[in-house]
Design a protein around this ligand. Sequence first.
Ligand SMILES: [Zn+2]
Length: 298
Amino acid sequence: MEPQKESRTPRDTVARPPRVSITPKQAVEERREGSASPERPASDLEADCASADGLWELPVELAPRRPECGRCRRPQKVCLCPFLPLHPLHIATHLYIIQHPAEENKVLRTVPLLEACLPQDKCKVKIGRRFSEEKDTELSAICRKSGTLILYPGAEAADLEEFISDSPVYPSTIIIIDGTWSQAKDIFYKNSLFRLPKQVQLKTNISSQYVIRMQPTNRCLSTLECAAVALSILEKNNSIQETLLRPLQALCSFQLQHGAQVRLSKEHLLKNGLYPKPMPKNKRKLRKMELLMNSIKI
Ligand SMILES: [Zn+2]
């Protein structure tokens, strides 16, 4: 199954010059990733403007992105391929990532790194918020298989390690939802398909190393980290975790060297009186904050 990606760069005729200026957000990314182009003399720029005359009506690619590395899908100047394994890892488990559409366009994504480390036929990404038996026949067949697990924490979830030691059927597939915690919750609870596989969770004491993106609690892991831990358990091979986390560590250390801040978890900020925003007025949100402060699972 191919990832069902929505077209991001439709061709269109627009009345603006092809040299599209970057948005403030892109400018920040450029600075952070150290890829801003050097200053050019004014005469060069004038020549560009003159040569742009008459090109206004030509079809252009909207939202041009910087050239990406074909393997790690990072901008070429900050390619993380030296930190990826030379060849995709040999694994027996099939990994399905259900990705919220908002996650696809984030700059600091971890799923492309995961895809680059695993064989294509073992790591599938499906993008969307709603899935049905009728439209998503392959996914629904997978959800119905007895060897399929879904990684989503909660009272109903079994510990993955304990589950595989007792299960008569050894799991062959694991589904992981990629998105913020509220997006993942929405996808899990609003799609009855995801209630079909056995629900499992990770009982791990490791803290997230993805320190440049804020997580709700100190124990929340990024999608890449969840996949790394889950695959190490399922494949009974700890070196998988190490290999999969290497590009993430490189990404974080590069971003930190170029001005990114360590994003402490919301839990840490609340507990230490460092939360930078006023407390919410909405009672439900306030209750969630109180639960976080008291380290109760939400
Ligand atoms: Zn690369």
